[in-house]
Ligand binder design. Structure first.
Ligand code: UTP
Length: 224
């Protein structure tokens, strides 16, 4: 399969050490032979910290985004170190470069592209560009809940949701469920318009990536 894997920066840098990078490197290497892999990594806490510094200096929002993008690219570079010869050793700065570098038949790792969206959106747009068979979003929660799991103890995991329901939910139309910051709206729009098979799951357990690829039903699957 041709797979786009988005790994949240909060997942990779939760403990501020090398371990998640190492664990993901090993799993990605084990998948390399059978699948075409494109990885998009997020910025996490360091991105947010730097963005706050820029805000303190009255830098505009686009400059804040630029700094966030730089941090995602540092995270991408670090993952490339873990992957070694299995990956193309350059971080694409845009989708054309990602496609170009993929002719190496190695794993591609990138971060952000341009201001005004998150790496969730980058992964969905990349999935469109390369006509991915599957988009996997590995995040800091188990998937999509009916309400914010950080605030409500009785929040329930939604194992299947239609893309329309998800759009309503995120845009706040679904009053019953309430809204919480969970997934980039641009990403959902791309998933919808291109019917991209998407699974959102907890990235703190890197083995979840194997489970999803092996067809196990974990996290939240977006249906059409
Ligand atoms: P992230 O995608 O990491 O944002 O990008 P996030 O929502 O904080 O996700 P986690 O915590 O990593 O899972 C970090 C910041 O970089 C900028 C945005 O400012 C974003 O908040 N960014 C990233 C862009 O402007 N464009 C991009 O393509 C990617």
């Amino acid at each position: 399969m041709r797979i786009v894997i988005a790994i949240g920066g909060s997942v990779l840098l939760n403990d501020y050490d090398y371990k998640k990078f190492q664990e993901y490197s090993e799993i990605l290497k084990s998948l390399y032979k059978e699948h075409e892999l494109f990885v998009v990594v997020g910025g996490g806490v360091p991105a947010r910290d730097y963005i706050n510094i820029v805000r303190g200096l009255n830098g505009g929002e686009a400059i804040c985004d630029d700094i966030g993008i730089e941090v995602t690219r540092i995270n991408a570079k670090i993952l490339l170190i873990g992957l070694g010869e299995f990956a193309y050793q350059k971080v694409p700065h845009n989708f054309q470069e990602a496609i170009e570098y993929s002719s190496s038949e190695k794993i591609i790792v990138m971060g952000g592209t341009e201001p005004a969206h998150s790496t969730d959106a980058v992964s969905a747009i990349l999935a469109e560009y390369i006509k991915a068979d599957l988009l996997i979003n590995l995040t800091s929660v188990n998937g999509m809940y009916d309400k914010d799991p950080n605030k409500f103890e009785d929040a329930e995991l939604i194992s299947k949701i239609t893309v329309e329901e998800m759009l309503d939910f995120i845009s706040g139309k679904d009053v019953k469920a309430g809204t919480y910051e969970f997934f980039d709206m641009t990403a959902i729009q791309m998933i919808k318009r291109s019917s991209i098979r998407t699974v959102i799951a907890n990235g703190y357990t890197p083995k979840n990536l194997l489970k999803i690829i092996n067809g196990e039903n974990i996290g939240t699957t977006i249906t059409f």
